[in-house]
Design a protein around this ligand. Structure first.
Ligand SMILES: Cc1cc2nc3c(=O)[nH]c(=O)nc-3n(C[C@H](O)[C@H](O)[C@H](O)COP(=O)(O)OP(=O)(O)OC[C@H]3O[C@@H](n4cnc5c(N)ncnc54)[C@H](O)[C@@H]3O)c2cc1C
Length: 433
């Protein structure tokens, strides 16, 4: 069978890997000049390791991702260095990278009854497997009720605002929150050489199975032929396939395939998501002793998180540079999407003395700006009804994206999972052909 895959992110590559192994003739079309999608990296000339454009790490619970790596025989190249996470509270940073340090922080600042409720809520969410009742209520309402308004306002609300913006805080459902607590671990992992090295190695394995990965090949349309096959169009060519898997965004997939029935297209168009703006700044010295700083917007920070990457992976892999991410999830009409790199750099650097009063602009060596309009799906109440099927009503066309891994939050682990799931579906649907 001839199968086209749109997108060489982890979903597209995982699907290609399984379909190629099953003997299909697979072609991957990737719009950008490299594989990796949102998890791709970049490298300054004097760095040995690549750095993810958007901060990325794996959790020890990422069974699909770590399982794939094991299958490929590369488990010894996965590292789990110790991350140091801190919480911002009333002008100060407090360590919160283990149950012990978090408990110390809460006991210092909140009544014991709040701390007990916080602990019980956390334990309940970790233990319960029943997320469906939780999707009927918003995370804000559920957490206010069960964790209490003080803990909600101080801890969970800033996290929800940071992720989804003030306007969506009362929209996101509790199943999304459950999934995050359920699946995340305090230990964080990465790949020797960076995620991009993993992606490139994975792409090489896929190519060795006979699959062609066409880079800088943006698909502009998917059309039904009279003989039932599907025609893929790019700016420079068109070719026919028995099946097509789109791993592009829902909005783009709706535009690419005008032959999709209106009911399915409307479902795609109704899915909402946040974009992300992430700046990487290299400094000639350390800014802080910590890795991950969660900072609340209401305290006047121009970003959601400041991540000192080189307090997680040693600076020696990056020519001695200190690497800092300033990241945020934003609606795509936010002014940060329109601002230039220099304007954003000025805005972000203004906040740096709050992390280190000695900071001076002369410490800055370089900066890179990354923006994406599709970064974080927004799941409202009863979202399971909104999730589009992987098998679209246009025969032979499949759709597998971050918006369909619900109730799980998007992540490379779920991209691998959905990529392999859609490959299995295609295999079954076309068995014997
Ligand atoms: C800021 C941020 C932080 C994150 N942090 C983490 C983390 O710590 N850990 C984690 O596991 N995950 C994290 N993620 C999520 C993770 O990156 C994604 O869930 C995962 O990479 C999605 O993979 P995908 O293949 O579904 O989509 P993508 O990676 O988006 O891949 C889709 C690919 O399709 C290509 N494409 C789209 N349209 C076309 C077209 N018309 N023609 C050709 N090609 C096309 C795109 O160029 C892209 O390469 C983060 C994401 C963001 C934005």
């Amino acid at each position: 069978m001839r199968i086209a895959i749109i997108g060489a992110g982890l979903a597209g590559l995982s699907a290609a890997y399984d379909l190629g192994r099953n003997g299909h003739q697979v072609t991957v079309f990737e719009g950008s000049p490299m594989v990796g999608g949102l998890a791709a990296g970049f490298k300054a000339p004097h760095w040995d390791w690549s750095l993810e454009k958007y901060y990325h790490h794996w959790f020890t619970s990422d069974a699909a991702m770590l399982g794939l790596i094991k299958e490929l025989g590369w488990s010894d190249e996965v590292l789990f260095p110790r991350p140091f996470t801190v919480l911002f509270h009333e002008g100060q940073f407090y360590p919160a990278d283990s149950i012990g340090t978090a408990l110390k922080f809460f006991l210092k600042h909140y009544p014991i009854t709040d701390v007990v409720r916080f602990g019980l809520v956390g334990a309940y969410l970790r233990l319960t497997p029943w997320w469906r009742p939780l999707e009927k209520v918003t995370a804000a309402a559920w957490l206010r009720r069960w964790a209490g308004p003080r803990i909600y306002d101080a801890v969970w609300k800033p996290m929800l605002v940071g992720k989804f913006g003030e306007q969506n805080v009362d929209i996101v459902n509790m199943a999304w929150f459950w999934a995050r607590i359920k699946s995340r671990t305090t230990k964080l992992g990465t790949f020797v050489g960076g995620f991009q090295r993993f992606m490139d190695k994975f792409a090489d394995v896929i190519r060795s199975q006979g699959t062609e990965i066409r880079l800088s090949a943006t698909v502009t349309g998917v059309h039904k032929n009279t003989d039932g096959t599907l025609r893929i169009e790019t700016v420079s060519e068109s070719s026919d396939f028995d099946a097509v898997i789109s791993t592009s965004s829902p909005a783009l997939t709706a535009r690419l395939a005008p032959g999709l029935p209106p009911a399915y297209t409307e479902k795609l168009q109704a899915l909402r998501s946040m974009g992300a703006v992430v700046m990487v700044i290299s400094l000639d010295r350390k800014l802080t002793p910590y890795y991950w700083h969660n900072v609340p917007k209401e305290a006047g920070f121009p970003f959601l998180a400041l991540v000192e990457h080189t307090n997680f992976i040693p600076a020696e892999h990056y020519g001695g540079d200190t690497l800092i991410y300033c990241g945020d999830y934003l609606e795509t009409d936010h002014e940060h999407f329109r601002m230039t790199k220099e304007q954003l750099l000025d805005r972000f650097l203004e906040a740096f003395p709050r992390f280190n009063p000695a900071f001076d602009r002369s410490w800055v060596k370089d900066s890179w700006l990354w923006k994406t309009t599709y970064a974080q799906p927004i799941p409202p109440v009863n979202h399971s009804r909104n999730v589009p099927d992987l098998r679209t009503p246009l025969h032979g066309l499949y759709f597998a994206s971050m918006s369909q891994v619900y109730p799980w939050d998007r992540g490379t682990n779920y991209a691998v999972g959905i990529g392999r799931r859609v490959a299995k579906m295609v295999n079954e649907d076309f068995a014997g052909q």
